[in-house]
Design a binder for this molecule. Structure first.
Ligand code: BES
Ligand code: MN
Ligand code: ZN
Length: 499
């Protein structure tokens, strides 16, 4: 899908479909009022006839416009004109708009919704949301279907802008396109099945990515190199799989040589069967999504490379399968991590923290500004927070606050959980420095406590994306989260760095 800005009526007139907002009680937005006058009250006639009242997110498609100005028009309800429109509700009405638009034969459209006032948001944000929501709604993973399904006919969306907001709108368009493509890239990887998307496949994708931009380079650490580094925790997981583990390292150098990098660590379990602590079979297919942290790191690098941000960023993706096998970890096994700390593996299904802990130790060598890891780490996170926010934990309040703020801007919410010392006791082992599980109470927190022991030397935050990286049920599919949040965090960081 292509997007551009439209600044004159003549450009707009070349499109098939006009998208206009109408408030409750049939009150016009500026553009719909203008178009209503231009058509001698045609819009008023239709909304009165069809009793379209402008309830938030309701839509009405008009398939005939006098004088052939357009082939059709999609009207979308903006809700109460006397109440500020929230960011969430703006996204909601964009979602219903694109749904209605997809149901028309239009191949291109002019969207006038960037003119609608949204509480605390400027045109940069609004244009970006239009691109993100529209392109997101047209995503389908159909590469592996032998017959093409219903394909989306939409090719081009023009978004209206004025001279006053032109610069803002251009930045919004650029960020929106970068973000929408990054999210799509992540979703494609995440939706790919485990027999296609293996650790080697992920590594291959990372290598391809670095060919786009000479600020970006990729190096893959193989198992023998990891063994030399002493990554006993990571390698104990991949030992139970026929697929060799990889540690993907991406370096994006857009900033000064001296400026410390932000390190992003993404869990890349391309399939998590649980190992010897085998998972129940129902719903196990969804464990192909256990690499969503890694896929999101790759997505963020795709966005970075499009936006050319003036910062340094490192991506580290430990990637492996977790399978039952004669050589797999057994409950009670004790392994030595790269940090030297020993771990008693009481449950082989708590494998994410095993591959992450060695990667966190490895991150130290980059002298990071901050380290942020993202992982589909615990089912307990879904119990605690449901599927709306990602869990956020960390050892640095300022970093957590920055992530919280970026999450709100990006409409990719997080909610913080405590990382109190009291919880650390649950990881006590009689035979090793720590156990890899902390019992049934506070599973998301004890998982983060485990990771915190490998993140003592830098500012660190952990995102548990178990509930947010994909959707289950008949809408099953990847969401691309938390690519929006992390990209926003990097945009904010580079704005602050250059000020
Ligand atoms: N990848 C899973 C976590 C998960 C489960 C994410 C369900 C999304 C949906 C992780 O490796 C895992 O299995 N965690 C265990 C930890 C437990 C053994 C302490 C879990 O959550 O059950
Ligand atoms: Mn597991
Ligand atoms: Zn897992």
């Amino acid at each position: 899908m292509e997007f551009s800005l439209i600044t004159s009526p003549s450009e707009s007139n070349q499109t098939d479909c006009l998208i206009l907002g109408i408030f409750e009680n049939q009150k016009h937005s500026p553009e719909s009022s203008g178009f209503n006058l231009q058509t001698q009250g045609f819009i008023d006639t239709i909304i009165q006839r069809d009793n379209f009242d402008g309830t938030l997110g309701n839509t009405l498609t008009i398939n005939f416009i006098p004088n052939n100005l357009y082939q059709r028009c999609v009207l979308v309800g903006l809700g109460n004109p006397d109440q500020p429109l929230s960011s969430k509700n703006y996204r909601k009405l964009l979602t219903s708009t694109i749904k209605a638009l997809k149901n028309t034969p239009s191949t291109n459209a002019t969207c006038c919704l960037s003119e609608i006032t949204v509480e605390n948001q400027n045109n940069l944000w609004k244009v970006r949301q239009i691109v993100e929501v529209f392109q997101g709604a047209c995503y389908q993973f159909s590469d592996l279907k032998s017959k093409p399904g219903c394909t989306v006919k939409l090719i081009h969306i023009g978004i209206t802008a004025t001279e006053d907001n032109r610069l803002d709108s251009e930045t919004g368009l650029k960020q929106g396109i970068a973000l929408a493509n990054a999210i799509e890239f992540t979703k494609n990887l995440a939706d790919s099945p485990g027999n296609v998307c293996t650790p080697s496949y992920l590594a291959e994708k990372a290598l391809q990515l670095s060919q786009q931009n000479n600020r970006l380079s990729t190096r893959i650490l193989e198992e023998d190199e990891m063994a030399e580094l002493g990554m006993g925790a990571l390698l104990s997981v991949s030992r139970g799989s026929r697929q060799p583990a990889k540690l993907i390292t991406l370096e994006y150098r857009g900033g000064n040589l001296e400026s410390k990098p932000i390190v992003l660590v993404g869990k890349g379990l391309t399939f998590d069967a649980g190992g010897i602590s085998l998972k129940p079979s129902s719903g196990m297919d969804e464990m192909k999504y256990d690499m969503c942290g890694g896929a999101s790191v790759l997505g963020v690098f795709q966005a970075l490379s499009d936006l050319n941000l003036p910062i340094n960023v490192i991506g580290l993706i430990p990637t492996s399968e977790n399978m039952p096998d004669g050589d797999a970890n057994k409950p009670g096994d004790i392994v030595t991590s790269m940090s030297g700390q020993t771990i008693e593996i009481l449950n082989t299904d708590a494998e994410g923290r095993l591959i992450l802990c060695d990667t966190l130790t490895y991150a130290q060598k980059y002298n990071p500004e901050v380290v942020i890891d993202l992982a589909t780490l615990t089912g307990a996170c879904i119990t605690a927070l449901g599927r709306h926010p990602s869990g956020l934990l960390g050892n640095d309040d300022a970093l957590c606050e920055d992530l919280f703020a970026a999450a709100n801007t990006a409409c990719d919410p997080v909610w913080r959980l405590p990382l109190w010392e009291e919880y650390q006791e649950q990881l006590k082992s009689n035979f090793a420095d720590m156990a890899n599980i902390g019992g049934p109470a506070g599973g998301t927190i004890t998982a983060a406590c485990f990771l915190s022991r490998f993140a003592e030397d830098f500012r660190w935050a952990h995102l548990d994306i178990a509930g947010t990286a994909w959707k289950s049920g008949d809408q099953k599919g990847a969401t691309g989260r938390p690519v929006p949040l992390l990209t926003q965090y990097l945009i904010d960081f580079s704005n602050n760095a250059s000020n």
